[in-house]
Design a protein around this ligand. Sequence first.
Ligand code: FAD
Ligand code: SF4
Length: 467
Amino acid sequence: MRARDPEKRKHDFKEVALGLTEKQAIKEANRCIQCKKPMCITGCPVEINIPAFISAIRDEDITGGLAIIRKYNMLPAICGRVCPQENQCQGKCVLGKKKTPISIGALERFVADYEMKKGLSQKTKMSRSNGHRVAVIGAGPAGLTVAADLARHGYKITIFEALHEAGGVLTYGIPEFRLPQKIIDREVEYVKSLGVEIKLNWVIGRTQTVDELFGEGYKAVFVGVGAGSPRYMNIPGENLNNVYFASEYLTRVNLLKANQFPKYDTPVKRGKQVAVVGAGNVAMDAARTAARLGAEKVYIVYRRTRTEMPARLEEVEHAHEEGIELLFLSSPKEIIGDERGHVKAIRCDAMKLCEPDASGRKRPECSGDEFILEVDQVLMAIGQASNPILTKSVKGLKLWGAGYIEVDEEGRTNLPGIFAGGDIATGAATVISAMGAGKRAARAIDDYVMGRKKAKSKEPELAESKK
Ligand code: FAD
Ligand code: SF4
C-alpha cells in the first residue's frame, strides 16, 4: 500500500498509509483465485465472505462489495486499517503459501473509503421497534457492535460511556496517523443513525449502578468496558518523573490534544531520548507519537526478537522507516533517576531465548550481561489490565484472572441479564475480536429478552449503500 514519505510524515499526525487506488484495487482483486473452500473466511473473526466481496471489486461493483462486507462488519474502514490481517484472513490465504497473499485488509479499506469519497451513505434494513430497552456500557468496538446489531433488531439502546467521546481505544488509544478521527466519528454517527442514544461522561459503577439500570426498565445489560488500566513491571524507578503508562501518554495526545498544548489544557512531557518498553501495537503507537512530539531518538526495548513481536507487521515497518530503533533481547530492570527525580537512564538485562513457553513463543532468559541506555523518558507498554470500577460494583459477578469477566461463548455472565464481551472478558485483544464478541452477545441478548430457549439462527442483516 502507498504510504507517505517517512521524512515528512514523522513530523505530523496526518495519516501515513494512503490506501489503494481503484486501479490497484481491481488489479489486486483479480489475483484472487476464488477458492472453492476459502480459508481466508476462517481466519476472519467475523467471517466476512471475503471471496464474494473481492469478486464484486473485480466486477467493478465497489458498492456491492461494501454491502457484502457490511453484512458481517459494521466498521470496515476501521478494520481495514487496524486489523492484524497477517495473523487473520491474510494469514490463511492459500496464495501466501507460495507467493504474496491477497491484501484483504487493503481491499476492505478501499471499498469503505470509496463509499466515503463518493458521498454514499448506508441504508440499513431495520426491524420494527419491539419496545424493549437494553443498556450497553462502554462505547468501544464491542459496545458499538452490540448496540448497532440490537438496534437493527428493534431494540431501544442506550450506551453509557465514561469518557467525553465515543469510540473507546479507537478514539483515545490509536493515533490519528494510523486511524483518523473523522473515520471513527463517521462510524459512531452511523450507530446513532440507527436510533442508539449515547450518554457520555457516564461512569457505570459511579454515576449509576447496573442494578439501577435494571430498576429503570432495561431488560439486559452488556458490559464492554475494555481493559484500560495500567500495568507496570514493578521495577525500581517506575515512579520517577517522565515515566508514563503508554496508554495514558496516548490518551493525553489523542483524546486531550496535548500535542497542541497550550491551545488545549492538557500538557504532556516531550522526551528527547525516549525508551518504549514493549513491542505490541501500543508500543509502536507510543514510539511513533514520541517521535512526532520531537524526540531525537526513540528506542523500542523488547525482551524477545522481531519474530515474536506482537505488533502488526505494517506498524513495525512504518516505525522502522521513521527511524525508531528496535532493541531486541533487552529487558529493563531499573529506571535510573537524577537528583530531581527525573529519568536519566534505564538499566537493562541482555537476554537470550530458550525453549517456548505456554504462549508458544520462545522464553527469554537473562544472559548475565547488562547495559545502560541514556534516556530522559520511559513509556511503559507491557499490556493493560481490567479496571475494577464497574466489576466491583456488581455483586456476585464472576471474574477470572486479573479481574476479567467470565463469560460463555455467547457472552453470558453468571448473572441473569448481564452480558459482557471485548477486552474486559478476554484481556487486551483486537478490535475485530471485540466486535465478534459483540455480535455473538447481541444474538444471546435477543434470545434472552425474547425468552427463547433455543437460539434463533440469524443471517447477518443486509446493508445497502445509496447516494
Ligand atoms: P475499549 O475499546 O477499551 O472500549 C471500552 C470503553 O468503555 C471505553 O470507551 C471506556 O471509556 C468505556 N468504559 C470503561 N469503563 C467504563 C464504565 N465504568 N462506565 C462507562 N464506560 C466505561 N487492536 C487491533 O485490532 N489493531 C490495532 O492496531 C490495535 N492498536 C491498539 C493500539 C492501542 C494504543 C491500544 C490501547 C489498543 C490497540 N488495539 C488494537 C486493541 C483494541 O483497540 C482493543 O482490543 C479494542 O478496542 C477492545 O474493544 P472494547 O470495546 O472491548 O474496549
Ligand atoms: Fe481481515 Fe479484519 Fe477484514 Fe476480517 S475484518 S477480513 S480479519 S481485515
